[in-house]
Design a protein around this ligand. Structure first.
Ligand code: AMP
Ligand code: MG
Length: 342
């Protein structure tokens, strides 16, 4: 009977928090760290030792080197220059998953966008507006179908060939993938609670040590001193793409870093930010970029078709759209109108 009462109590706490069985001890060590990597500020908070944070920091710098388009020793840099290269380990797995997501999003996500991103100056911060002839000519090298994969016989490595003088840029998915790896690493080390903020890409492991969900704020794309709203999460990724995150201005017009692969120009369809909430950082990161490119109507149709994530869309007419699964969880803080998409 006593045993049954205990089971009931535990079951109740799982339902209440969505976090599973938690340590109730309030003296779990909290360690925090701020680092600069992947061109952004990252804040890591874990309930675990500083030593574990050291390992996380190593992972971040390792992946930064592996996945960079500009580091001459990175696998991606070498591939982009040689056009054929044996790609190992994390980069191989990320390229494979990314190509599937390029297909699933019908090319709104396209990791072969690199020549265009480079032409606008987003890789070097030497910004310029490429003329239409330049863009037209560069677009002939863009298309994820130019990326050919031949799996190596006895490992996860893969021989990647870039046809048609294509080049790869994993900037749309690298932080989400890194977050997933960190969460796995933390779990392996026995950490049950962590909140990783990789430059606006937030990933939570479990809940807070007291069993409450993490409350996170989402940036207002119209006013960087304010929040759009807040959300309570456990074991989830919340990943935002927005024109406000990287841009330059010329002639009174703003040019941002998320490119529509069919035009070669920054996506310009009325959306100013897209936040994706889901279980997997890589997937959320890829989708935040892709759905930003798609625009509201196609993005909603995509959500209705797959139903394996939730989203917050902010448009340039002061509207905020949230998908049904966030209703009751998202609190609007900005002066905008909210609509729930069903
Ligand atoms: P994110 O901030 O995750 O939306 O990723 C934006 C970054 O991904 C840009 O800085 C580019 O490096 C790259 N990128 C831009 N447009 C695309 C696109 N349509 N598909 C894939 N990657 C893109
Ligand atoms: Mg992304």
């Amino acid at each position: 009977m006593k045993e049954r009462a205990l089971t009931l109590l535990i079951t109740f706490s799982i339902v209440l928090t969505g976090c599973g069985i938690r340590s109730t001890s309030s003296n779990v060590l909290k360690s925090t760290r701020t680092i600069f990597a992947m061109d952004t500020i990252m804040d890591l908070t874990i309930y675990g030792s500083d030593e574990v944070l050291n390992e996380c920091e190593e992972t971040i710098h390792f992946l930064e080197k592996e996945l960079s388009t500009t580091d001459e020793n990175s696998q991606i840099f070498i591939l982009n220059n040689k056009k054929t290269s044996l790609i190992e380990d994390n980069a191989a797995s990320l390229i494979k998953s990314s190509i599937s997501l390029c297909e699933k999003t019908n090319g709104a996500l396209d990791i072969s966008i690199y020549p265009i991103v480079k032409a606008w100056g987003f890789t070097t911060e030497e910004y310029k507006i490429p003329d239409n002839d330049t863009l037209r000519s560069l677009l002939t090298h863009v298309g994820y179908r130019n990326i050919q994969l031949t799996p190596a016989a006895s490992s996860g490595d893969v021989l990647v060939s870039l046809d048609n003088d294509a080049s790869i840029d994993l900037g749309s998915v690298a932080k989400g993938y890194t977050g997933d790896l960190l969460i796995r690493q933390l779990t392996d080390k026995g950490v049950q609670s962590a909140l990783l903020n990789l430059g606006g890409n937030v990933q939570a492991l479990g809940c807070k040590p007291d069993g409450a969900k993490w409350k996170i704020a989402i940036q207002d794309p119209d006013d960087l001193n304010q929040y759009l709203g807040s959300l309570e999460i456990a074991n989830q990724a919340v990943i935002t793409s927005g024109g406000y995150q990287r841009y330059f201005e010329e002639g009174g017009k703003r040019y941002h870093h998320i490119i529509n692969p069919s035009t070669g120009h920054p996506a310009d369809n009325g959306l100013i930010s897209v936040t994706i909430v889901g279980d997997n950082g890589f997937y959320c990161d890829g989708l935040s970029t892709a759905l930003f490119v798609m625009g509201l109507d196609k993005a909603i149709a995509f959500w209705r078709e797959y139903q394996d994530f939730e989203a917050i869309f902010v448009s340039d007419d002061n509207m905020v759209y949230i998908t049904a699964g966030l209703d009751g969880n998202f609190s609007l803080l900005a002066k905008k109108r909210l609509e729930v998409i069903k």
